[in-house]
Ligand binder design. Sequence first.
Ligand SMILES: [Zn+2]
Length: 326
Amino acid sequence: MSRDMNESSPCRRMLTIAVVAAIMPSFALAEVRVVTTNPTLADLTRQIGGEQVHVESLMRGPENPHNVIPKPSFVMKLRKADLFVHLGLDAEPWVPNLLRSARQARLLSGGTGNIDTSTGIVLLEVPSQGGLTRALGDIHVYGNTHYVLDPLNGIVIGQTIARALTRVEPRHASLFDERARELERGLRELTEKLTQAMEPLAEARVVTYHRTWPYFLKRFKLQKLDEVEPKPGIAPGPRHIAQLAEEMKRSGVGLVIVETFSNQRTAQRVADLSKGRTVLLAQEVNAVPGVETFQALFQYNTEALLAANRELNGTSTNPPATEPTR
Ligand SMILES: [Zn+2]
């Protein structure tokens, strides 16, 4: 009964292996290798895949998804990937060439490992007539690509990822399914809480730099007055900036939402001319420090908007970091 387990005993060796495995990085145990274009999709994949996946994002958080310059390391990562998770549409124009370079048939468009997370998403700003058009710019021609900025679209994306992981690793199907349901429960709860918190801004009008925010604005009942970019991806000239500032003053609109990849000085210029203020929001997980999850992104953005609105209205010069619970 009390036989000692010495160094060479099978039990001790098994225990050692288990302990080492437990403290090793997660990829040591991962069964599905996933590469995502951006950190937001990487976080959602981790939330569904847990320890059954090893996930890497190609983009860093603050970057412009429409304008990434692929590095040689991207190809190396893709060559080892079972799944490639991306936004689809024309959100990431740098992806098709990259996939050709990686030469993995399963990851190409239509391949079993190519996961387009726009599947099942109800898109906004879809061209209504005459099919695709570049009249409104060189991007967003199928509709607005920034659909991850509605927290409830995270539910649809989570389900897409769960189905993809199940195809690769059917043994864990029930785990992936349960995590997708858990994600849905959490996101519904969070959305309800944040929608209530955003009531002071209900129907408020804002200016946005890039056309990044229609899904976010719609979910949280904000209205868009105009954009700093005259067309998506096109830099504004001095005349456009002056006209926009006039329009803001006339309309009593003071908030300019700016993404980390947009020109902060131009955004500030608009705010200065209109006597408004800019508010930097996270368009992506890891776009700003502290926004490390999909859920944290919405928490951060709603708090930042409420604080900016209070400052603009002179009701607080030192807004609290966290909105009080209502
Ligand atoms: Zn865009």
